[in-house]
Design a binder for this molecule. Structure first.
Ligand code: ADE
Length: 231
């Protein structure tokens, strides 16, 4: 799977792409991540300007259509496979596990990271990207949101996690829309806190029953809204 990141701050991704799971997935050739600095598409002026003030007034600066659209079109042409284009914005559709699962079966995804007050509306009208938000809060830009999406998607790609069952069992995944049951490891006792007896019983059926009861009870208590959603 290929990701193209369009951003004004490609270096923000340095640490993330060179650590742990992502680094391994890249080395194994399971995912390719290409970063593109939007400023490379700016007019050839000393400041390589990419933003300007909104017509009609108002605070902040907008990313310009005449920089963003040619940039995205050129990036699109950098590979044969057509890309799903996602523009990160707090106004977008909320990112969730079904969306991550849907993206994980795409061959190529382009993530457009906004900064400042966002993009000129014509960027959206012309490119018709999917607008996606990672939650009801405002970040300084789309980069952290893009990392969130990559993180959620890459772990679903076959061969990335050691244990393929685990992403199927995770909360919110297609196999399980409930919150996770509590888990314990050694020591058996710590500061007077023990481990539920059933987990030490060796009775697999009883353990499975206890775990699903715990999941259901926790979901009812914390996130009853999940129980109303279609499976
Ligand atoms: N850019 C700024 N805030 C954002 C959010 N909540 N989700 C996605 N992109 C953003």
């Amino acid at each position: 799977m290929r990701f193209d990141l369009v951003t004004l701050f490609p270096a923000i991704f340095d640490g993330y792409l060179t650590q742990s799971l992502l680094e391994k997935a890249i080395k194994k050739g399971l995912v390719e991540i290409h970063r593109h600095d939007m400023r490379d598409w700016a007019a050839d002026t000393p400041h390589r300007k990419v933003d300007d003030r909104p017509f009609g007034g108002g605070p902040g600066m907008l990313l310009q259509v005449d920089v963003t659209v040619p940039c995205v079109e050129d990036v699109e042409r950098m590979a044969q496979t057509p890309s799903r284009k996602i523009l990160l914005t707090p106004q977008g559709k909320r990112f969730d596990q079904p969306m991550a699962e849907d993206l994980a079966i795409s061959d190529r995804v382009m993530l457009l990271c906004g900064r400042y007050e966002g993009f000129d509306q014509r960027v959206i009208d012309i490119l018709e990207p999917e607008e996606v938000s990672i939650g009801d809060f405002v970040l300084n830009g789309g980069e952290v949101a893009a990392m969130t999406i990559i993180d959620g998607v890459v772990r679903l790609l076959p061969g990335v996690l050691g244990d393929e069952q685990s992403n199927w069992d995770d909360s919110f995944s297609r196999g399980n829309r409930l919150l996770e049951f509590p888990q314990y490891t050694r020591p058996r006792e710590f500061r007077g806190h023990g481990v539920p007896e059933v987990l030490l019983s060796g009775n697999h059926e009883a353990i499975a029953t206890w775990r699903s009861e715990q999941s259901l009870e926790k979901t009812e208590r914390r996130r009853a809204d999940l129980l109303d959603r279609p499976q």
